[in-house]
Design a protein around this ligand. Structure first.
Ligand code: NAD
Ligand code: WQD
Length: 343
């Protein structure tokens, strides 16, 4: 079975390639490399010992998509391609609607023309907006608090509409909580451009000495230690959820082909919990200071995970120590990410 993986050179997509290849599928990676380095493809070859077909293309180019789907006889799509920086999305909303929303319209149109009707979509817990209750169940009301989140919500609605319009479509919508960690080989991992926005890569860069200290955004939240609580999930668990979702999708009956599930562990950790866990994993002191709350942040966010267990037979296996250990292994082996040489 050949599967097209859009955004497959990026953080989560590259890990997904390993999982699908190891499960015996063939994969074609499509990426425009706006937020990835083609070195990740070379590393995938090293990890899996398999040849990886890489198509340097943009999901907004429908002709290219159709050519690729036909040429490689793809039977399903795992769709990671998208821009994901919340702050940037508030500055350049049209870029996000064009890249994420219009890009997905082009992808679905190309799939339709080529008779490919199964898709797994990277959504986000951000579609729940400000939590009204915790843990977040899939029934929690949906709302968007920034253009990035709105782009995910619009795509989700589009998939539900498309599925209702014609039972031939089957969609698995996966709402990720906070993906962290790296492949245990240390050959692939998260490689943010510039100053990391997210907590884990920032802490990792403090541990390697690339950044001086961490600013902890807020210590007066209503949480166990006053710092923000999130549901961090190991990226290899997360991509395992994609394989399970894909397998579940193939068994769905016509007309019942669109489902949305949370991919999280169900456990929330605070920023200070993360700092301490990373100190244990790295044996380094993480210097930090308290700073004002970051605009748009919520106090706590974590998943109810039983629906994923029921619908796709998946449950996260790895704990915080493994997440920190594998992130540390990745940054030690690649202090400058995929760009060589090391600093
Ligand atoms: P990433 O930036 O590492 O990967 C996305 C990939 O898509 C990149 O390789 C980028 O070059 C590619 N891409 C972007 N626009 C494209 C286009 N128009 N055509 C072709 N390729 C394009 O990000 P990631 O963390 O691996 O995230 C993957 C997906 O998961 C994204 O859709 C993201 O919104 C979603 N997601 C991520 C997180 C997270 O915290 N990392 C959380 C929830 C959801
Ligand atoms: C985690 C916690 C921060 C950095 C974001 C997006 C979300 C999703 C995942 C895609 C919070 C605190 C962080 C720092 C800190 N992406 N923090 N100092 O905000 O839960 O989610 O990424 O869908 O849409 O909003 O993750 O890693 O940025 O923050 O104190 O330098 O760490 O305040 O409490 P977040 P994060």
């Amino acid at each position: 079975m050949t599967i097209l993986i859009t955004g497959g050179a990026g953080f989560i997509g590259s890990h997904c390639c390993v999982t699908f290849l190891e499960a015996g599928h063939d994969v074609v990676v499509l990426d425009n490399l706006t937020n990835a380095n083609s070195e990740s493809i070379e590393r995938l070859k090293e990890i899996t010992g398999r040849n990886i077909i890489f198509e340097h293309a943009d999901i907004r180019d429908q002709d290219a998509l159709e050519l690729i789907l036909r040429q490689h006889r793809c039977e399903a799509v795992i769709h990671f391609a998208g821009l994901k920086a919340v702050g940037e999305s508030t500055q350049a909303p049209l870029l996000y609607y064009d890249n994420n929303v219009a890009g997905t319209v082009r992808l679905l149109s190309a799939m339709d023309n080529c008779g490919v009707r199964d898709l797994v979509f990277s959504s986000s817990a951000t579609v729940y907006g400000d939590p009204k209750f915790l843990p977040l169940t899939e029934e929690h009301p949906l709302s968007a608090v920034n253009p990035y989140g709105r782009s995910k919500l619009i795509i989700e609605e589009m998939l539900r509409d498309l599925s209702a319009s014609d039972p031939k479509w089957r969609f698995a919508i996966l709402r990720y909580f906070n993906p962290v960690g790296a492949h245990e080989s240390g050959l692939i991992g998260e490689d943010p451009l510039g100053i990391p926005n997210n907590l884990m890569p920032f802490i990792a860069q403090v541990a390697t000495g690339r950044r001086e200290n961490l600013s902890i955004f807020g210590n007066d939240y209503d949480t166990h230690d006053g710092t923000g609580v999130r549901d961090y999930i190991h990226v290899t668990d997360l991509v395992d959820g994609h394989l399970r979702a894909y397998e579940a999708l193939k068994t769905r009956r016509k007309g019942d082909g669109c489902f949305a599930v949370n991919l999280g562990t169900g456990t929330g950790y605070s920023v200070l919990d993360m700092v301490r866990a990373f100190e244990r994993a790295s044996n380094k002191k993480i210097e930090y200071e308290f700073a004002p709350r970051r605009f748009g942040d919520v106090a706590a966010c974590f998943a109810e995970t039983s629906l994923a267990e029921r619908i796709i037979g998946w449950k996260a296996q790895k704990g915080l120590d493994a997440m920190c250990r594998d992130t540390w292994n990745w940054v030690c082996k690649n202090p400058n990410g995929f760009s060589q040489p090391a600093e």
